[in-house]
Ligand binder design. Structure first.
Ligand code: PMP
Length: 292
C-alpha cells in the first residue's frame, strides 16, 4: 500500500506516493495527536467535500491545534489531487498531525502537518456479502463517555478500540462489530453508524458519544424525504431482538445491510433497499442528475 503509483499532497506539495514519509519520532504516531477524514468521490466530484473539510478543522480544534491550511485550500487540494490521480470514483483521506520537533506528552511547538491521499477503494465490505447483509459481532469495548475522550473528533486515538473490536470480530468470522456506549446502549459499528427498522419506522442511536456521520445525516434526510418516521433515540440492547432490518452508514461503507448481530437476525428489507438506492442517487454529481 505504501508503494502505490501517483501522488500524495503533503504540506502544500504533491510528492510521489512512495516518498510521502514522516519521521519515526512523529508525535502523532506516539501520542495519537492526529485527526483525519474519509471522503468519496463519485463521477469526479467529492461528495459533501466542504462538510468533511470543516469536520477535519473542527477535529483539530478539539485536539487543540489549528491546521495551517484553510477549508478552501484543503478543498482545492483534494480536488486537484483527484484530477492528478486521474480517478473519478475514489476514496479521499486527508490527515493532520503534530510533527516530530519535540518528544513527550507536550508538543506545543511541534509543526502541524497535513496530507491527502486518494486511492480506489470500491467496497469497504465484500460486495457479494453486502447485498445479503453483513454479520456483526458484539464488541467488548464500549464507546467512551465524552468526559473520557473527545468523542466528537474524528481522531486517530479513538480508533484504537475500533481496530481491536474489528480484529476480534474478524477472528470469529464476522465482517465487523457493533459497539455499545459506556452506558450500555447501542452506539455504532467500528467505522460506521447504525440504523434499525421496525414497523415501517427508522431508529438510530443519538450521536452523543460517537461521530454524527455525514452519511448518517444524509440518510436521515433521505428517509424523511420518503416520508419515513426517523427516531434518533436511545436504543437499548434488549430491543435488538425486535428489530426487522438493520443497516450501517458511512462514507466507506455507504449504506450496508446487516443480516446478523450476534444471536439476532435481520432481513434485507424494502426500507433498507430504498435507502441504499436513494443514497446511490444522492452521491452522484449534480450535473449528472440534471442531465438525466
Ligand atoms: N463512526 C465511525 C467510528 C467512523 O469511522 C465513521 C466513518 N468516518 C462513521 C461513524 C461514519 O461517518 P461518515 O458518515 O461521516 O463517514
Amino acid at each position: 500500500f505504501d508503494q502505490l503509483e501517483g501522488f500524495i499532497w503533503m504540506n502544500g506539495e504533491f510528492v510521489k506516493w512512495a516518498d510521502a514519509k514522516i519521521h519515526v519520532l512523529t508525535h502523532g504516531l506516539h501520542y495519537a495527536s492526529a485527526v483525519f477524514e474519509g471522503e468519496r468521490a463519485y463521477g469526479g466530484e467529492i461528495f459533501k467535500l466542504t462538510e468533511h473539510t470543516e469536520r477535519l478543522h473542527e477535529s483539530a480544534r478539539i485536539l487543540g491545534f489549528t491546521i495551517p491550511w484553510s477549508v478552501e485550500e484543503i478543498d482545492e487540494a483534494c480536488r486537484a489531487l483527484l484530477k492528478k490521480q486521474g480517478f473519478t470514483d475514489a476514496y479521499v483521506r486527508p490527515i493532520a498531525w503534530r510533527g516530530s520537533e519535540q518528544m513527550g506528552v507536550a508538543a506545543q511547538n511541534n509543526k502541524i502537518n497535513c496530507a491527502i491521499a486518494i486511492w480506489q477503494w470500491p467496497s469497504y465490505f465484500d460486495p457479494a456479502q453486502k447485498l445479503k447483509g453483513i454479520r456483526l459481532d458484539i464488541a467488548e469495548y464500549r464507546r467512551p463517555d465524552p468526559r473520557t475522550a473527545p468523542s466528537r473528533a474524528k481522531a486517530a486515538g479513538l480508533y484504537m478500540i475500533c481496530t481491536l473490536s474489528k480484529h476480534a470480530a474478524e477472528a470469529k468470522g464476522y465482517a465487523d462489530a457493533m459497539m455499545f456506549d459506556w452506558r450500555g446502549n447501542v452506539a455504532e459499528a467500528t467505522g460506521a453508524n447504525i440504523f434499525f427498522v421496525k414497523d415501517g419506522a427508522v431508529h438510530t442511536p443519538i450521536a452523543d458519544c460517537f461521530l454524527n456521520g455525514i452519511t448518517r445525516q444524509t440518510v436521515i434526510d433521505l428517509a424523511r424525504q420518503r416520508g419515513l418516521e426517523v427516531n434518533e433515540r436511545v436504543v437499548k440492547p434488549e430491543e435488538l431482538e425486535g428489530f426487522e432490518q438493520c443497516f450501517l452508514t458511512g462514507t466507506a461503507a455507504e449504506v450496508t445491510p446487516v443480516s446478523e448481530i450476534g444471536p439476532y437476525n435481520f432481513q434485507v428489507g424494502e426500507i433498507t433497499k430504498t435507502l441504499m438506492n436513494d443514497y446511490t442517487a444522492a452521491v452522484q454529481p449534480k450535473q449528472a442528475i440534471a442531465a438525466e
